[in-house]
Write a protein that binds this ligand. Sequence first.
Ligand code: F6R
Length: 602
Amino acid sequence: MCGIVGYIGANDSKGILLHGLEKLEYRGYDSAGIAVLNDNGVHLTKVKGRIVTLKESMDNSNSVEATLGIGHTRWATHGEPSTLNAHPHQSTSGKFTIVHNGVIENYQDIKRNYLEAVDFVSETDTEVIVQLIEKLYDEFQNTIKAFQEAMKLLKGSYAIGMIDVDDPNTLYVSKNKSPLLIGLGDGFNVIASDAMATLKETDQYLEIFDKEIVLVHRNHVEIQKLNGKVVDRQPYTAEIDASDIEKGTYPHYMLKEIDEQPIVIRNIIKEYQDENNEVKLDDSIRNAMQEADRVYIIAAGTSYHAGLIGKEFMEKMARIPVEVHVASEFSYNMPLLSEKPLFVFISQSGETADSRAVLVKIKEMGHPALTITNVPGSTLSREADYTLQLHAGPEIAVASTKAYTAQIAVLTILAADIAKAKGLELEFDPIKELAIVSSAMEVLTDQKEEIEQLAGIYLDTTRNAFFIGRGLDYNVSLEAALKLKEISYIQAEGFAGGELKHGTIALIEEGTPVIALATQENVNYSIRGNVQEVVARGANALIISMRGLEQDTDAFVLPKVHELLTPLISVIPLQLLAYYAALHRDCDVDKPRNLAKSVTVE
Ligand code: F6R
């Protein structure tokens, strides 16, 4: 989490830094700051709150011109969100100023072993880094050497940008595990946690690998290993359409991204079909899947929920046994593995630290890994053996929507391809059925008014809500509850319809909203029975069913799609319900409290 941007060039840096930080705000938004260097020294502006507050503060202060600067938007890990804990942080003498993204695991040890005499002004692990660099500078009288030696001592994750007040021609950079890119321009260079931040400036980027140091100057960039050995690396062109990262006429990114789902499914069909309109995957992925005796899906949050659906597909369509695990649990509590496991990491961002921790561990054990991600070149993609891309376009709203459906669609393709390779008969044509899904999604995204009304009736005044379903509908209920709670702050739970009566039904009282999914024929009567049980105890029940299974009292009927693919469409009214519930409560839909888009701390 946290976003970093930096600029060194011929123009004033502040506008570029502020624009970059706005684009990085999805990575954290509890405090922010900028440091710029000119002939009069380093000028620091820090605020608690959003970039808009930082901008106001800079407008109000007598802002200076400077052609070198670094900026940061924070998601607090060490120390509360406050101006004092906001980055950039400075060493005691003011010689060094840094921004940092990540977590320094041994910061207490470093403090104890090297910095006992230092008076710290913040509670952050970041201040330890900058003080350590100053301490090492006092010893070596050489900034590069001090920077290198400090990086050797750090344990944990970091992406760092640093200014030395006595060196206006260099931006010092390093990274380990946290993302950071160098953007190359004509007479200037930039650094950013994500190319989205600096796309206006350049589309040429240099990747930095873990434990490298980069000296970024105005007209050239030097990459070094920690031992000082210079590395040669070619830039690549970032293939992000700048218009994809703008909201356009939409009030929120989340609404835009919900609306983009039909087109995302069409993109996925286009990317993964051959000239005979059949699913096609890389041979290497197909072989790896076929060689495995068990697949372990590892993911977090919404991606974990997509994994639960993926398990159903792989077991039902491709007859491969699958386990799905929450990444943060798997790392520390690994189950007994099968003889030939294949690990599938599902991650929109490809940067989730909990998932990466598992990837590092299973690679050490020698197991193969496939990453399903929206971000090619992300850490999880680079470090796995194989990657399947989501082709969903940038997802900016913190609440994931189009990535969830894209993950499910790609998992459909994966399961169908393996089934075909194993000579198993599929009861449906996946490409044709996904095309039907895409049209059904369009019908649903056109029903916003109806769904907003339902949100008003069921969710506007409630303090809690339940989502229930059986089978695939249960998995979607988990996602619906997560979506509602994360953006509207209504306490919500997803439950297996049959499980409520084993305890949780005690929470049902007069008017408690219970939203039930009824899209699965084999459990249509039993889920409706579960609805009756809660209605008898005062619940305000809303049933979302599918054409063909509907009853007169159902509040919302989904267009018919193949029964296995219902999660792709049943989630859409649920995403919209969460959206309108949050909107009606005046919540910040795209940037809910306490959260960040890319969770790069364990
Ligand atoms: C919820 C949400 C999160 C993410 C989770 C994993 O809307 O977005 O639960 O799904 O943090 O992130 P990725 O998929 O980037 O690994």
